[in-house]
Design a protein around this ligand. Structure first.
Ligand code: PLP
Length: 446
């Protein structure tokens, strides 16, 4: 596959000409990659008015992902999430405040979008399930009942899948429900770019999402910040026609050409046998999961490139387990009191797999830890997300915050999933959950 952005920059750097343009390093090798870090000079195209090498490269990505349109982001899914919500809430003209129906396990960029775009959120949440920060399992019936109960049509249904633990939503069934109500389905697929290349593709765009974002940098060999916004053939033409403008609204006017080259090269990497490498990697991860289970470890049912150890059910605090691993030269992606999460790609070496296997077969799983089972009543929304985010606030110890209204959202990062959302009254359940996830301070509205 052609790599027009990469080719252009290689040629330009090889010329070693006089650079009287940004960036200020002028190609001098200080970090080591400056010669490849350029700006929108003649021939280099421009991300938000792309009609040259960037447009060509984005078309290559769209053909690989099988989408009507794929746009690049050099600022992560964070930018794409805001853009897709902007598209949804501006698609139909209405004098009323738009509503977005969202499963509660959103990344904080969703809340930032709600503040910037001033939409109302109807949360999908099951108060009767044990609380877990990253999970929010939604049934089609639950979505249908929520949509039936609304007094006006929402701008979108919004899901996060896979979540940080690797849990996935039934996108096909939930999308069918949303579409029966003529509502578009938006998916935060930040953790699932690779899903398009499995033997049985289960990427949200194949399962019925109208728009979705992928953090290319999370599961593909792409530099941090590289992401895609995908738009489906079936989505309203408005989405395709306005997508670049939406991305521009939330992006820098200086997107990194290093990241754009990395996205460009990923096309070639994917086209040159990535599905085969992925299959081999998925098989190795499945084998590893089976080995852990045989050794007594409890393993969560996750997407194929994640291994999520149910640490507390295996007798360890997840953070304690992460520390033990660190002492053995192994760094996980995420740990909380209950889970320790590992992310794999075909770029992991045999020795990485060996190290993890040796650790888990050589470390005994123990009796499940005794723990308080936490539940979370959905906090009452007192003022809008926008009002709360733009309010004056005071910083409080989280343990003394019950009864106060949250200003800017308090999250531990990762996974950057809010316990309480801006504008909600912090309840006693939330205070216990702050403690469990190590959230020490909150900004309360004055
Ligand atoms: C579920 C989810 N959505 C969105 C994001 C934001 O992605 P990015 O870091 O590419 O901006 C993250 C980041 O970790 C995430 O976990």
């Amino acid at each position: 596959m052609d790599t027009p952005i990469y080719n252009y920059v290689q040629k330009y750097a090889a010329k070693n000409g006089a650079r009287f343009h940004m960036p200020g390093h002028k190609g001098a090798e200080i970090l080591g990659c400056e010669s490849l870090d350029i700006t929108e000079i003649s021939g280099a195209d421009s991300l938000y008015e792309a009609d040259g090498i960037i447009a060509e490269s984005e078309k290559n990505a769209a053909s690989l992902f099988g989408t009507a349109k794929t746009l690049y982001s050099a600022e992560g899914s964070t930018q794409c999430i805001k853009a897709m919500l902007y598209l949804a809430v501006t698609a139909e003209e209405s004098r009323e405040k738009p509503i977005v129906v969202a499963a509660r396990n959103v990344h904080k960029s969703f809340v930032q979008a709600a503040a910037l775009l001033d939409f109302e959120v109807v949360w999908l949440w099951d108060e009767n399930r044990e609380f877990s920060l990253c999970r929010c399992e939604i049934t089609p019936e639950q979505l249908e009942n929520t949509l039936k109960g609304l007094d006006r049509k929402p701008a979108a249904v919004y899901l996060t899948s896979p979540d940080y633990l690797g849990g996935t939503a039934d996108i096909k069934a939930l999308g069918d429900v949303a579409h029966n109500f003529s509502v578009p389905l938006l998916v935060d697929n930040a953790h699932g770019a690779y899903l398009a290349f499995l033997d049985e593709p289960c990427h949200p765009m194949r399962l019925g999402a109208d728009i979705c974002c992928d953090s290319a940098h999370k599961t593909l060999p792409v530099l941090t910040g590289g992401a895609y916004l995908h738009i489906s053939e079936k989505a309203a033409p408005f989405f395709r026609e306005n997508a670049k403008g939406a991305m521009e609204l939330f992006g820098s006017t200086s997107p990194s050409y290093i990241i754009l080259q990395s996205l460009d090269l990923a096309n070639k990497y994917i086209a040159a046998g990535y599905p085969q490498k992925l299959r081999a990697c998925v098989d190795k991860v499945s084998r590893l999961k089976r080995q852990l289970k045989k050794s007594g470890w409890k393993v969560y049912d996750s997407d194929p490139l994640k291994l999520t150890v149910r640490a507390s059910d295996s007798g360890y605090d997840g953070r304690e387990l992460a520390e033990l691993l660190r002492e053995n030269g192994i760094e996980c992606e995420y740990a909380d009191p209950d889970f320790t999460v590992f992310m794999f790609t075909p770029e992991n070496r045999e020795s990485d797999f060996r190290a993890l296997t040796e650790f888990f077969t050589g470390t005994p799983a123990r009796q499940a830890l005794k723990k308080d089972i936490l539940y979370m009543k959905l906090p009452e929304q007192i003022i809008s997300i926008r009002e709360a985010v733009f309010s004056k606030t005071e910083r409080l110890n989280a343990e003394n915050s019950a009864g106060r209204i949250l200003g800017r959202t308090a999250v531990s990062c990762p996974p950057a999933v809010p316990v309480v959302v801006s504008g909600e009254k912090i309840n006693e359940d939330a205070v216990k959950i702050f403690k469990r996830y190590g959230i020490k301070y909150v900004d309360a509205v004055l």
